[in-house]
Each structure stands twice: as structure tokens, then as C-alpha cells.
Design a binder for this molecule. Structure first.
Ligand code: PEP
Length: 255
């Protein structure tokens, strides 16, 4: 039972994986194994596949998400995709500030905050990622880093902060198979909750999800933690059986 009695969210992050054929096979497998999950489910897919995945997931419990979006509304921004464009495809969620975008595209805390703002303005729920690197954890800076990252999003988005999903993704756990222990993850989620409470009277209803090598074997223990309201799943979201197991673990713990 969570302290806040809310539905959990399981969001798959396909990253830069997929093809028309592979997506169809994966979604077929998910549809075959999923009836009426008690948790929220989302697939954050490469934007080029939005039309395909929208069509294949129509009438199912799977919501559509993207992995990034532009801070701009429209215009001369070659290569960028706006929130309104993805909204046209029924997108409900947008990951912003994933550590791979922060690292490879040099995204700052302020840019991430503006991406969250652009999503919210279009009626899309941003899944805002925060998390420390291994060096930062070993230097005892975890709290300072995640609080700084979240503070920028709170500063830019004010009371709308209650409309976000927050993802704690320790960078050292992403794609490495090295998952944070349930206790390590819960400790960070708890301090993020405290920060959200100071910013919003609606903090209890904000889903704070964990990401970083969550899989079928470790999902239940992580999701059972008081402040872990779901998962952002990379590698395991590409295998129907694994993703379905995580969804069932979250459904059992959802209210
Ligand atoms: C992610 O990409 O957000 C992620 C958590 O990846 P993985 O589950 O593969 O660690």
C-alpha cells in the first residue's frame, strides 16, 4: 500500500529502438497478455512511429508517449518536434530531461524546465527525469543534485508542478543492470516528495516513478516502497513478457 493510495504508472522508454515490424510484434505481444491493468501504462516511442503505435494501441489501456520535445511552438528549428505536433497523435506523456539527453545534448536544468512547461502548455504530462551520476553519488552529492534539478522545474512551472510525473533515474543504474536497492530509491523518492510538498499542496498525488534497470525480477520490491509510484522502463520494455510482468506487479500494488 502506498502512503498516497494512487495508481502506479509503468512507462516504457523504447529509446532509439524499433522498426515497423518489430513494433507491431511487440505491441501484438503486449495486447495478447494485457487485459485491464489497474495501473497506468504508457509507451514512449520514437516520434517517427507515433502514427503506427497510435493506430496499433487504439482502444487498449496503453497510452502514447514521446521521449523528448522542443521548447518552441513552431518555426525555424530544424530537426525539432513540437508539443502540439505530438499532441496531434494523441500523445499523453513526454519524457523530458532524460540523462541521455542531458549528457549527449548538453541539456541544462533550465532547458529541461522549459520542456516541461512546453508539454504542460499543450496538455501533455511531462515525465521529468532527475538523477545523479555515480561520481556524484560517491561524492555524497545525490541529494543536492536531484534537488537542484527539481528546483529548476518548480521555479519555471509554479503551481503546475502538480501536473507532472517525476522520474528518479540514477544515471549509474540506467542500462547497466545495476539497479538501486529499494531502500536507496525510496530514500531519494522521499526527499523529492518533501521538496514537492513545499512547492504544492497537491504533492501527494504526483507520481514519482523509479527508472534504472527495473525488470521483471526486481519490480515488485521497488514498487512496494512507499514513495515509488511506478517505473520508467528502458530495456525491459522492449520484451513483451518482461514488460507485462512489471505491469502486473504494478497492478497488484495499485489502488
Ligand atoms: C531509461 O532509459 O529510462 C531506463 C530506465 O533504462 P533501463 O531500464 O534500460 O535502465
Amino acid at each position: 500500500m502506498t502512503s498516497t493510495n494512487k495508481k502506479k504508472l509503468i512507462a516504457g522508454n523504447w529509446k532509439m529502438n524499433g522498426s515497423l515490424a518489430a513494433n507491431a510484434a511487440l505491441i501484438d505481444g503486449l495486447k495478447a497478455g494485457m487485459s485491464h491493468p489497474a495501473c497506468d501504462v504508457a509507451l514512449c516511442v520514437p516520434s517517427v512511429y507515433l502514427a503506427q503505435v497510435q493506430q496499433l494501441c487504439a482502444g487498449t489501456a496503453m497510452h502514447l508517449g514521446v521521449q523528448d520535445l522542443s521548447t518552441h511552438v513552431q518555426g525555424a528549428y530544424t530537426g525539432e518536434v513540437s508539443a502540439a505536433m505530438v499532441k496531434d497523435f494523441g500523445v499523453r506523456y513526454a519524457i523530458v530531461g532524460h540523462s541521455e539527453c542531458r549528457q549527449y545534448h548538453g541539456e541544462t536544468d533550465e532547458l529541461v524546465a522549459k520542456k516541461a512547461q512546453a508539454a504542460l502548455a499543450a496538455g501533455i504530462t511531462p515525465i521529468v527525469c532527475v538523477g545523479e551520476t555515480l561520481t556524484q553519488r560517491e561524492a555524497g552529492q545525490t541529494e543536492e543534485v536531484v534537488k537542484r534539478q527539481l528546483a529548476a522545474v518548480i521555479h519555471t512551472n509554479g503551481h503546475c508542478i502538480s501536473e507532472i510525473v517525476l522520474a528518479y533515474e540514477p544515471v549509474w543504474a540506467i542500462g547497466t543492470g545495476q539497479t538501486a536497492t529499494p531502500e536507496q530509491a525510496q530514500a531519494v523518492h522521499a526527499l523529492l516528495r518533501v521538496q514537492l510538498r513545499a512547492a504544492s499542496s497537491q504533492a501527494e498525488r504526483i507520481q514519482i516513478v523509479y527508472g534504472g534497470s527495473m525488470n521483471a525480477a526486481n519490480a515488485s520490491a521497488l514498487l512496494a516502497q512507499t514513495d515509488i509510484d511506478g517505473g520508467l522502463i528502458g530495456g525491459a520494455s522492449l520484451k513483451a513478457a518482461d514488460f507485462l510482468s512489471i505491469i502486473s506487479a504494478a497492478s497488484e500494488l495499485s489502488v
